[in-house]
Design a protein around this ligand. Structure first.
Ligand SMILES: [Zn+2]
Length: 330
């Protein structure tokens, strides 16, 4: 069957071109917590943390952390923590079946409530317990992810204005997602102090660098590390440019804030979009049909509606398959 005869919403296999990094040299960490590295400048400053592999098939962040470690990057002020998070899931990585290594028991990025972590009744909750002291001590957190589908990078700020201001100061990527997270749990970037609405000095961002298997996702992860570290004050722009040549990419030509208004939740695995959307599509008119939720049409709720991260690859009852957003220029 040629691809032209497939219905337009069929899930097509994607080429996974980004190799898995060998993180063997950096796996142990230097903290007593496997995969966690912590460097202290001995000078006052922020506690800055960058995390990768919260999902085991999201390799771009592991490449970036390996690059920071290979380059011997050390903070000039404050502290820098680098964490390879879901090592057990990453160990199962297979580019031919990469979704299977997203987690082992359950999504590590939904467990960031103390009662879930303390329950310690799944592999991911036990790992969250080991990582929790590092997340709790961090003032600034950049959590690096990648996506099920090819897409432009998205920087997720949560609903805290202070994080949106940081995204603007970083001047990249072009698309900033202002969202309240997920009903089925709490993300690392929303844990504890990061979730407060008032400016308590913390910042937390989640960068979605593009498709998991796209080599460009690695370059995006590296660029975001440089921008985030520079804004944090842990290292100067000059020091970063010297130690990480080629990591900083051009600034985005403009930045859009995409304010998420709500999810579309599949009622079954039969959910289908009416076209192969990849995200950031804009629909001029409210009421445009974009999908079929097991027989129920899914329509855009307002004019100039944007689709954020559509994907049916994990579709089943209760799973978010796309989110709607309003957009405005920053
Ligand atoms: Zn992820």
């Amino acid at each position: 069957m040629s691809s032209s005869t497939l219905p337009p919403t069929s899930v097509q296999p994607l080429v996974f071109a980004l190799p898995a990094p060998d993180i063997g040299a950096w796996r142990a960490g230097n903290t007593g917590t496997e995969g966690v590295w912590h460097f202290d400048s001995g000078r006052p400053g922020r506690h800055v943390m960058i995390s990768a592999l919260v999902h085991g098939n999201e390799l771009c962040g592991a490449w970036a952390l390996k690059g920071l470690l290979d380059a011997g990057v050390r903070p000039q002020q404050g502290t820098l923590t680098l964490a390879f998070c879901n090592l057990d899931a990453f160990d199962r990585f297979d580019s031919g079946n990469h979704d299977a290594s997203r987690f082992t028991d359950e999504d590590l990025n939904r467990q960031w409530l103390d009662e879930r972590i303390d329950a310690a009744n799944t592999n991911e909750r036990r790992r969250a317990a080991a990582l929790r002291p590092w997340v709790a001590q961090a003032d600034w957190l950049l959590d690096i992810h990648s996506m099920h589908e090819p897409s432009a990078p998205l920087l997720l700020t949560g609903i805290q204005p202070r994080n949106l201001a940081l995204a603007r100061a970083m001047r990249s990527p072009e698309h900033i997602v202002v969202d309240a997270g997920h009903k089925d749990g709490v993300r690392m970037r929303d844990y504890g102090r990061f979730g407060d609405l008032d400016d308590n000095g913390t910042r937390s961002l989640l960068i979605e660098c593009g498709f998991h298997g796209d080599p460009a996702s690695r370059a995006v992860a590296q660029d975001q590390c440089v921008r985030f570290i520079e804004q944090s004050g842990a290292l100067s722009a000059d020091a970063l440019a010297q130690q990480l040549p080629g990591w900083r990419l051009p600034d985005a030509p403009r930045q859009w804030a995409l304010e998420v208004t709500g999810p579309v939740v599949a009622t079954s695995s039969a959910f289908r979009f009416v076209a192969p959307y990849t995200g950031l599509e804009v629909f001029e008119k409210a009421g445009t049909v974009i999908g079929d939720n097991d027989g129920v049409p899914v329509v855009t709720p307002y004019d100039d509606c944007v689709l954020v991260m559509p994907s049916v690859r994990q579709a089943r009852a209760g799973v978010t398959v796309v989110r709607f957003a309003r957009r405005r220029l920053l």
